[in-house]
Design a protein. Structure first.
Length: 229
């Protein structure tokens, strides 16, 4: 497959982090970071930016996973970050920057201070400070690159009867790729990092901190391909 001007095979491409037990304050979190391709099959070129069905499916899956997670306290984090492979580097090459798309949060989380707007601001600011160009205008990423890259951020936080929030975080680079066989274009995830955890309602700022950490991982991998001048 190809992403924009860069060519690379996504077959079997996946990078998992290692797991270690740690003790941290404020939240209980399990972190997973991996890169890979995940095609959204059947997406036409004129509908590649449509998020409605994908958002519903993602939120349903997230809610089901959180229902199992709630009440389970996992203390783990990824060990040292692994360097990008040659194939993974290809998925970053030729990309001039990214747009940022943050999915809406549940009302309870918004009411308790974890808002879509604050996460959007956090992510965009982190990227700019890290040297990654951010496209903010409608359609800017499509005009700047045929791959139309965006950094997709999903935070699903569900408040339990106990008052604790169980949450999942996913930060992924999505772009348009094409099949070397059929030349059909697809919207695919070519880099991904995420976490699950639980916090009290008064500690939701820890979720924002976690999102920033995953964005920092993205920036680190981006700069491995696009070093600062």
């Amino acid at each position: 497959m190809q992403g924009g001007a860069a060519a690379g095979s996504f077959t079997g491409l996946q990078r998992h982090g290692q797991w270690t037990d740690t003790r941290g304050g404020g939240s209980d979190e399990r972190v997973e970071a991996k890169s890979g391709s995940r095609m959204r099959a059947g997406v036409g070129a004129d509908k590649l930016r449509s998020r409605t069905s994908a958002t519903r499916a993602r939120r349903l899956a997230g809610a089901q996973w959180i229902a199992v997670l709630a009440g389970v306290f996992v203390l783990a984090s990824r060990a040292a970050a692994q360097p990008l492979t040659a194939e993974e580097r290809d998925t970053f090459k030729g990309l001039p920057g990214v747009s940022v798309f943050v999915e809406p949060l549940y009302d309870n989380a918004e009411h308790d201070g974890l808002t879509k707007a604050s996460i959007q601001s956090d992510v965009e600011q982190r990227l700019r400070e890290g040297g990654v160009r951010v496209f903010t205008g409608l359609g800017d990423s499509e005009r700047q690159s045929r791959a139309a890259p965006d950094l997709h951020v999903s935070v699903t936080a569900v408040r339990r009867d106990s008052g604790l929030y169980a949450y999942t975080i996913t930060v992924e680079l999505s772009q348009i790729v094409s099949s070397l066989v059929s030349n059909q274009r697809f919207w695919a995830s070519t880099w991904k990092s995420g976490a699950t955890g639980s916090v009290g309602a008064h500690q939701l700022s820890a979720v924002r901190d976690s999102v920033r950490k995953h964005v920092d991982r993205f920036i680190s991998d981006w700069l491995a391909v696009h070093p600062s001048p």
